[in-house]
Design a protein around this ligand. Structure first.
Ligand code: ADP
Length: 357
């Protein structure tokens, strides 16, 4: 189960490709992504590197290697996600329309006192769709999407994390409207402690400066979406910066039913609507990711019954239908991953700090 769940923990987000064509500066080329670029001597003709992305002129003064790295690794394309792909969470959807999507679509309407907050926090148990929501917001708002994982900031950019944060916001501003999605925001912004490493403290401070908008233009349309499974670890300074704090809860029965329906559409099955409803009842406390694991486990049952020789020759059309028995069997192997006590803690934090109570 752990390994199945691990698959769902992949947090690679993407967004629309950079389409700015005007005023490019030629970035410094490099042959290996792990090696810092060595600027070419003036006499050498600049060989156009196939993997060097065009950089907007506004970023010409920044470290071009870092800019390239951010554009390459944080801006991805992915299959568009629609609201229909997210079961339940209707209140969260409407908040996003007002807080992020509409303002990015019509910045002229949402300015001054109507200007939305720059930081939005999604908190809740793992596997409840926080990343999915972020992808959906990016798809719906047609904003350039940057995804950053704090562990990359601290491990990959040793000693340069602070500069990386500054550069990231500059790159996002040059591609606005833009969304910066930061998963596991607690690992970067958790409460200050005496033992806190100096470089982490500097990264955090830079992040605060950027979130406060002190060095950026008031009218920049860059929204930061932070996600965390551990909101309790965020202190007042962080909460203040993430003005909207939205609880992404476990799916209710109706949402679980929708998740099953959607997933088993792809396979040959003989489950009736009543059986799917029954399964939704049997999975109280399961997260969206748990539901996904359950369906995948059940969907594998007809294949598990085959010998290697049969797998070699069987026609896909001949596979037996997935049955209710396959699901009840899967329920023995895939259990819920979030405890009732954990849920209580989220609910309590939501009551104190969330915007929907
Ligand atoms: P989180 O970021 O909250 O840890 P994810 O967004 O990565 O969770 O969700 C993991 C997977 O679980 C998703 O890719 C999706 O397959 C499934 N999932 C989670 N929540 C939902 C939901 N509300 N509706 C549909 N699928 C969901």
């Amino acid at each position: 189960v752990a390994s199945i769940l691990m698959d769902y923990r992949k947090k690679s987000l993407g967004g629309r490709a950079c389409s700015l064509n005007a005023n490019f500066v030629q970035p410094v080329g490099r042959s290996d992504s792990n090696v810092l670029a060595v600027p070419k001597k003036k006499s050498e003709p600049a060989a156009p590197a196939a993997d060097v992305l065009p950089v907007p002129a506004a970023l010409a003064d920044l470290d071009s290697h870092m800019v390239q790295q951010i554009m390459r690794e944080s801006m991805h394309k992915y299959k568009p996600v629609t609201w229909d792909d997210i079961a339940g969470l209707d209140y969260a959807k409407s908040t996003f329309m007002e807080t992020i999507i509409h303002p990015l679509q019509r910045p002229d309407l949402f300015k001054g006192i109507r200007r939305p907050p720059r930081g939005v926090l999604l908190f809740g148990p793992p596997g409840t769709g926080k990343t999915l929501i972020a992808k959906c917001i990016a798809s719906q708002s047609k904003a350039t999407f940057f995804s950053i994982n704090p562990s990359t900031l601290t491990s990959k950019w040793v000693g340069e994390g602070e500069k990386m944060v500054k550069t990231l916001f500059a790159v996002a501003a040059a591609h606005q409207p833009a969304i910066i999605f930061m998963d596991e925001v607690d690992s970067l912004l958790s409460q200050r402690s005496d033992s806190e490493h100096e470089s982490s403290r500097r990264i955090k401070n830079e992040f605060f400066i950027q979130l406060d908008g002190a060095v950026t233009n008031e009218d920049d349309h860059v929204v930061v979406i932070g996600a965390t499974n551990r909101p309790q670890e965020l202190d007042e300074a962080v909460r203040r910066r993430f003005v909207r704090r939205i609880y992404v809860s476990l799916p209710v029965a109706k949402a679980r039913q929708l998740i099953i329906q959607k997933l088993i559409q792809q396979i040959h099955h003989n489950l009736s609507d009543a059986q799917i409803e029954e399964l939704a009842k049997l999975t109280e406390g399961y997260s969206g990711a748990d539901m996904d694991s359950l369906c995948r486990y059940a969907a594998m049952q007809p294949l598990r019954a085959l010998t290697t020789a049969q797998i070699d020759v069987i026609d896909a059309q001949q596979l037996p239908a997935v049955t209710m028995t396959d699901f009840t069997n899967a329920l023995q192997h895939i259990s819920k991953s979030v405890s009732a006590d954990d849920v209580k803690r989220y609910v309590s934090w939501n009551q104190t700090y969330g915007i929907e109570r």
